[in-house]
Ligand binder design. Structure first.
Ligand code: NDP
Length: 433
């Protein structure tokens, strides 16, 4: 707290991990003796930089860019870039810190990092977004590389932005080092299923969690927040699995569609037209739009928070419980506040933290890196199967650790413990670095 004043989100993420590690540290005194914790909470490197660009009115704009290279004990730093006005040092550090454990949990050899800028892509033309991405990469390129640090997408950074970023990296470095970014187009080095991976993975994780209790997705109502990359593919996979996702939202409001969200219409509005979720209700008979308000007031069996941090608080958790929720799987990073997590867990709801449930995105990014390194290409079915297997393993690792440290079914403890032990061992092996 003293060292990181005003970094609310970062301190929340650190507390969330450290508070659960007591039983782990009791079994592993070597991690205390090796001062692993003090080193773990300090990023290896952090860069902040000016991003100047020119808008369509020929006015000069200035944003602030970030990249936090948190921990590379397991492999190159890996984690997305977020372009959103709320991005600041605390947000980037919280995301980078979480990423360390998530990446360890995937079983792939990748370290943790994250970056972004306080740029708001909303309402900006393609050319403005391109000029911003080019300026951002003109500074960032010095710090990244396929063996060093491999960024990807996050809020506000999708296929379009990765394309512009990669184009500029290629110009600056006079090479086609495809493994320097993931989430690329499938025609130029991108992996099949990367677009779908985070959302699909969250649903696979929920299925694993439900299966342990003899339950499944068949006929279940799912409440989904957000309408971006993660939300869209959660909705798609829920419906492919026999369930019904009946909501989607953005920062202005939400839609309810009792027939199940029409994924093709949702993709048309969000991915093609880059519109608002309210337009869905205008075009889909039988659905309705609720301005403001939170999606959690709609009753459902399952909930997938897929928008942003701290979007599901105590009030939302109470509404979900009133609506009969049985399982919550976080598609977003830290969307549930600590108080809400505690309430849901105490009430017997199966709770999957983002570190485990949304790890499918970065895991598939690691598969993209492998394909780039070997100049190979896997097809869609093969890639989805790999993703499903990885999510099964992430679930098993989290559940086993929850059992081992005395709280079977506590996936928060399980995911933190499994990820932490892997990273802490690697750090000890590598000496004081
Ligand atoms: P997108 O930019 O594609 O979509 C974000 C969605 O969340 C939009 O619907 C957006 O609405 C909404 N949203 C963003 N900020 C807020 C806010 N402050 N209040 C309410 N709604 C908000 O991002 P992604 O789908 O990629 O990311 C969503 C979450 O998933 C993030 O937490 C991200 O870190 C996490 N994640 C993403 C991964 C990926 O592979 N993309 C991997 C792992 C985690 P609006 O348009 O109104 O802003």
């Amino acid at each position: 707290e003293r060292r990181n004043p005003n970094e609310t989100e970062f301190l929340q993420a650190v507390h969330e991990v450290l508070d659960t590690l007591t039983p782990v540290l009791a079994e592993h005194p070597e991690f205390i003796e090796g001062d692993v914790l003090d080193r773990l909470v300090e990023p290896e490197r952090l860069v902040m930089f000016r991003v100047p660009w020119v808008d369509d009115e020929n006015r000069v704009r200035v944003n602030r860019g970030y990249r936090v290279q948190f921990n590379s004990a397991l492999g190159p730093f890996k984690g997305g870039l977020r372009f959103h006005p709320s991005v600041n040092l605390s947000v980037v550090k919280f995301l980078g810190f979480e990423q360390i454990f998530k990446n360890a949990l995937t079983g792939q050899r990748i370290g943790g990092g994250k970056g972004g800028a306080d740029f708001d892509p909303r309402g900006r033309s393609d050319h403005e977004v391109m000029r911003f991405c080019q300026s951002y990469m003109t500074e960032l390129y010095r710090y990244i590389g396929s063996q060093t640090d491999v960024p990807a997408g996050d809020i506000g950074v999708g296929g379009r932005e990765i394309g512009y970023l990669f184009g500029q990296y290629r110009r600056l470095t006079n090479g086609h080092e495809s493994g320097v970014l993931t989430g690329k187009g499938t025609g130029w080095g991108g992996a099949e299923v990367r677009t779908q991976a985070t959302g699909y993975g969250a649903v696979f994780f929920a299925q694993e969690m439900l299966a342990r209790t003899g339950d499944g997705l068949e006929g279940r109502r799912a409440i989904v927040s957000g309408s971006g990359n993660v939300a869209i593919y959660v909705i798609e996979k829920v419906s492919q699995s026999g369930g019904r996702a009946i909501t989607a939202s953005d920062s202005s409001g939400y839609v309810v569609d009792e027939q199940g969200i029409d994924v093709e219409l949702l993709k048309q509005i969000k991915e093609v037209e880059r519109g608002r979720i309210s337009e869905y209700a205008e075009r889909r008979p039988g659905s309705r739009y609720v301005a403001g308000g939170a999606v959690w007031e709609v009753p459902g069996d399952l909930a997938f928070p897929c928008a942003t941090q701290n979007e599901l608080g105590l009030e939302g958790a109470r509404s979900l419980l009133d609506g009969g929720v049985r399982a919550v799987a976080e598609g977003a990073n830290m969307p549930t506040t600590p108080e809400a997590v505690a309430l849901l867990q105490q009430s017997g709801v199966l709770f999957a933290p983002g570190k485990a449930a949304n790890a499918g995105g970065v895991a598939t990014s690691a598969l993209e890196m492998s394909q780039n390194a070997s100049r190979d290409r896997w097809d869609f079915a093969q890639s989805e199967e790999r993703l499903q297997r990885i999510m099964r393993d992430v679930h098993a690792a989290s559940y086993d650790a929850s059992e081992r440290y005395g709280r079977p079914g506590d996936y928060v403890l399980g995911a933190n413990a499994a990820g932490f032990v892997t990273v802490a061992r690697a750090m000890l092996d590598q000496g004081v670095v």
